[in-house]
Write a protein that binds this ligand. Structure first.
Ligand SMILES: [Zn+2]
Length: 891
């Protein structure tokens, strides 16, 4: 779900905005004073001592003492700044952290400091660049620059003591309306602005999406195209201007105001505690506190406690491609996601993500992995380049289970960072912003226990029962870390980068990772300074030669399959868990055939090697990160019965190589070319399934192919109503079977129709140029349509609109008649689409002289007629004979 809720929650504010904050009443500070600078240097003789003095005199509001270390030239300017941080911002404490502790670089002009102002309800973070000059025995500040913006955070609390009785509260936004009557309104503790409310009382809400696909999703779930429910309470987050324009609170007359029950105060606190951390909050690296930032623009979150519909969240995120999210809580599931006022479809999306502020160029990882404890300790060096002016922060996807020890810039200076843990986001703030095009490198040291997570993308979830392996006490100890584990700081959006992974593991284990193995060694105590227990560890050094979208590794005990001296490229390697008793000898040969087919159909293999790793695992299926494929095999005890024939929309386990062919296809579709948004996810799963079926046709012939396509088409008919192909992974939220039937099978069927329509040569040319144009980039459905239109020289939007963006299927009435004409006959078809008008190739078949004749009708109008001359009277006339086209056909 995190893919959609890429709430680009931006917490940086411009300096002038901070200054616009209205002064509030003085509040006694209960914050614990954190002295970051070592007190042992607390004399003015040293720079640390100077800053310790500043901290002290700021807290004591001793203006003259505070100003004394500043050179007389800048004292007046500094006087205004410190006075306004006391009077306007109401700050009562400042913390300085030297960004380059213990590192006095030669020739470095000035020093950088992270400056953290705070009071009971808010905090401001600034970066200072400071220059010093000697005065007698000590130092004074000759120059000070605030680099970059100022980040403002709040320490939000509800209840805050501010509470009022309202006769009516109304909250309006886009497609949602909330109304409470006779209720209590609990305000937040921020004196300067409104940003949070809890309302408790008799309420109702109505959410009515202005988008047909989303209405259909509600109908599937609730039987109505809108949601209406009673509410007992709501938790709201917004900014001050939203509060003024979209929320109306009618105060109850004093004589009608009852005593506030103590239980309600507790209830307000419970609601706040439950909801607070899940939006607009981050943990900061200086104090470790959970802090909040003010939503920007129309950014809001409403946490609704529905009477019959349960806990729902309405999220509006102007920085996301689709702004409106309706989420069902516990576990979180997206119910609706769309842009208000925009029709469903693939032509609307012209969104440029605001989060694409920088490009990740390289990621170099050094990792020590202890599989017995699932313990990682690592250093990541990430090189980026700025894509906007004044880039002052970076954001990464990073697992909050891992502890960050330090974040450094390329000069070894400590950087301030914050974490949005529920969204697995890590924000890092530069000491000095980068200019557009400027490159920078950061280092992140981290460690922690992290169990491998089941992969979520680029997987085939179908069990592979026919290759069940007999083992009495299997061990499941080949561990895979991939995208879903967030085991390294990864780009938060699709972004291809180069990488290297140096991984140290206990001596008897082997590691397969993204890229090419360029060095395999042992850690010895002489060459490297390492902990004693690491001596003797194996060190694997992988390097990517082509950009990848994420990094993965698998560690286990493997036997390597002999490849018979085959030198052909790409290098194909096989690694089989030592526990698997009789490895499939022809595995490498099969893989080679598959790769050769795909190179012919799609273009050259996109990476430098292909490793096939077969392991025992508790669940079946496979995963295909760049440059390797993991095949899971479920073992079976000697006395366990054979599993039943699986009934799954994507199961092809009876078809030789289908599983391997699907996974290998992901190297082209999913890895080399990836999907931009969830709407385009079929580019991975659908094209991989299509590729596998095409390989099967080539390998096993027409009959097997026709059987598979027929089966897929029946699954589509059964489950198509759950939504269009472009609903992507959201289809799985209502029915996992529907997700598979639509994303994998319907895409295969539809692409096969397109191939039939355009002809093999044109289709292949289109697909190849799509692959070439979007290699190492994310692509959208609209990009695919345009590329295919270019190859075909005709418009294909009507074809894609119905097959990709709608859940409906054709309803077709086909009448035929045979009339005598001269020596022979004319066979007439009249095709009538009784509902929506689809574009598709319709096969018809008949027998002449005992031989089957097949013809293709190009359908694309409400009513069409076709004629064929025959010498003899045609017999056994059949429409859609293999049932390739899903839908209702009658004659
Ligand atoms: Zn797949």
């Amino acid at each position: 779900m995190m893919r959609f809720i890429r709430d680009h929650l931006r917490n940086r504010v411009k300096k002038n905005k901070v200054r616009a904050v209205r002064p509030g009443r003085a509040v006694w500070s209960c914050a614990i004073f954190v002295l970051v600078i070592s007190p042992s240097f607390a004399t003015a003789q040293t720079i640390d001592g100077l800053f310790a003095g500043l901290q002290k005199s700021f807290g004591a509001k001793n203006l003259e003492a505070y100003l004394s270390p500043f050179s007389p030239d800048i004292r007046d300017k500094e006087r205004n700044i410190v006075q306004s941080s006391w009077d306007s911002w109401k700050m009562d404490q400042v913390i300085f952290r030297r960004a380059n502790q213990g590192d006095d670089r030669e020739g470095e002009p000035g020093r950088f400091f992270q400056v953290f102002y705070q009071n009971a309800y808010s905090a401001l973070v600034e970066m200072w660049h400071v220059w010093f000059e000697r005065t007698g025995a000590g130092w004074q500040i000759s120059k000070k620059e605030v680099t970059g913006g100022t980040a403002a955070f709040y320490k939000l609390r509800i209840p805050s003591g501010r509470v009022e009785r309202a006769s009516r509260v109304e909250i309006r936004h886009e497609d949602i309306l909330l109304v409470f009557q006779d209720c209590w309104v609990f305000y937040d503790n921020i004196p300067t602005l409104e940003t949070g409310l809890v309302v408790i009382g008799k309420g109702r809400f109505r959410f009515s999406p202005s988008n047909a696909t989303e209405q259909h999703q509600l109908e599937l779930r609730y039987k109505t195209p809108f949601i209406e429910d009673r509410l007992e309470s709501v938790y709201l987050r917004f900014n001050d201007s939203f509060f003024r324009s979209n929320i109306t609170i009618e105060k109850a007359p004093a004589e009608k105001t009852p005593q506030l029950p103590a239980a309600l105060v507790n209830m307000a606190y419970a609601i706040f505690s439950k909801c607070y951390a899940s939006s607009f909050t981050i943990e900061n690296s200086l104090t470790g506190e959970l802090m909040s930032f003010v939503p920007q623009g129309d950014q809001v979150v409403f946490e609704l406690d529905g009477d019959t519909k349960g806990n729902l969240a309405y999220v509006f995120s102007p920085f996301s491609e689709e702004e409106i999210h309706l989420i069902k809580r516990n576990p979180d599931r997206v119910i609706n996601l769309y842009s208000p006022g925009q029709p469903a479809g693939n032509e609307k999306r012209m969104f440029i993500s605001l989060s694409q502020k920088f490009d990740v160029r390289r990621c170099d990882l050094e990792v020590d992995f202890q599989p017995d404890k699932f313990y990682l300790s690592a250093r990541a060096r990430v090189a980026i380049s700025a894509e906007i002016e004044a880039l002052d922060s970076l954001n990464f996807n990073f697992n909050p289970e891992l502890d960050i020890l330090r974040v450094l810039d390329e000069d070894g200076r400590d950087l301030f960072y914050t974490q949005d843990k529920p969204r697995r986001l890590l924000y890092i703030y530069f000491l000095k912003p980068l200019d557009k095009g400027q490159e920078g490198t950061i280092e992140i040291y981290y460690r922690g226990r992290l169990e491998p997570a089941e992969p979520l993308a680029d997987v085939l979830p179908a069990p592979q029962y026919n290759e069940t392996i007999l083992i009495s006490e299997p061990r499941f100890d080949a561990y895979l870390y991939s995208q879903s584990a967030s085991w390294y700081p990864a780009p938060a959006d699709e972004d291809y980068f180069l990488a290297s992974i140096r991984l140290s593991v206990p001596p008897d284990l082997f590691c397969v990772a993204t890229g090419t193995l360029i060095e395999l060694g042992k850690i010895d105590s002489i060459r490297r300074v390492v902990a004693l227990d690491k001596v003797g560890n194996s060190l694997f050094h992988y390097e990517t030669k082509f950009p990848v979208k994420y990094l993965s590794f698998i560690v286990g005990r493997f036997n390597r399959l002999a490849n018979g001296g085959n030198q052909s490229l790409p290098a194909i390697q096989g690694f089989i868990s030592t526990e698997i008793p009789s490895p499939k000898k022809e595995l490498l040969e099969d893989a080679r055939t598959i790769v050769a087919n795909y190179e012919r159909w799609f273009g050259p293999y996109p990476f430098d090697k292909l490793a096939i790793v077969q392991r025992l695992w508790k669940t079946g299926g496979g995963h295909s990160p760049a440059s390797f494929v993991v095949l899971n095999e479920i073992p079976r005890g000697p006395n366990d019965p054979l599993p039943l024939n699986p009934k799954s929309p994507v199961d092809l386990s009876r078809v030789k190589d289908s599983f391997l062919a699907h996974e290998i296809a992901h190297q082209w579709w999913g890895q080399a070319v990836t999907w931009e948004s969830y709407h385009d996810q079929w580019i991975s799963e659908g094209l991989a399934q299509f590729a596998a079926v095409r390989h099967i046709r080539e390998r096993l012939g027409e009959k097997t192919f026709a059987g598979i396509l027929n089966r897929f088409s029946r699954w589509v008919e059964r489950l198509s109503r759950f939504g269009p192909i472009t609903l992507g992974s959201r289809l799985s939220y209502l029915s996992f079977e529907a997700y598979q039937a639509i994303l994998y099978d319907k895409t295969t069927v539809v692409l096969q129709m397109l191939l039939d329509m355009l002809g093999e040569e044109t289709f292949e040319r289109g697909l190849k140029s799509f692959f070439e144009a979007y290699k190492f980039r994310p692509a959208r459905t609209a990009n695919f349509i345009r590329t295919m239109e270019g190859a075909a020289g005709r418009e294909l939007k009507p074809f894609f609109q119905k097959w990709f963006d709608s859940h409906t299927l054709p309803e077709v009435h086909v009448a035929h008649e045979v009339v005598k004409s001269g020596e022979g006959f004319i066979l007439k078809f009249r095709v009538n689409q009784t509902k929506d008008v689809f574009v598709f190739p319709l096969w018809v078949a008949w027998r002449e002289n005992g031989k089957e004749v097949r013809r293709k009708l190009d359908i694309g109008e409400p009513t069409q007629e076709f004629e064929f001359r025959t010498d003899v009277a045609p017999k056994r006339i059949r429409i859609n004979p293999d049932h390739f086209v899903p839908g209702i056909f009658n004659d």
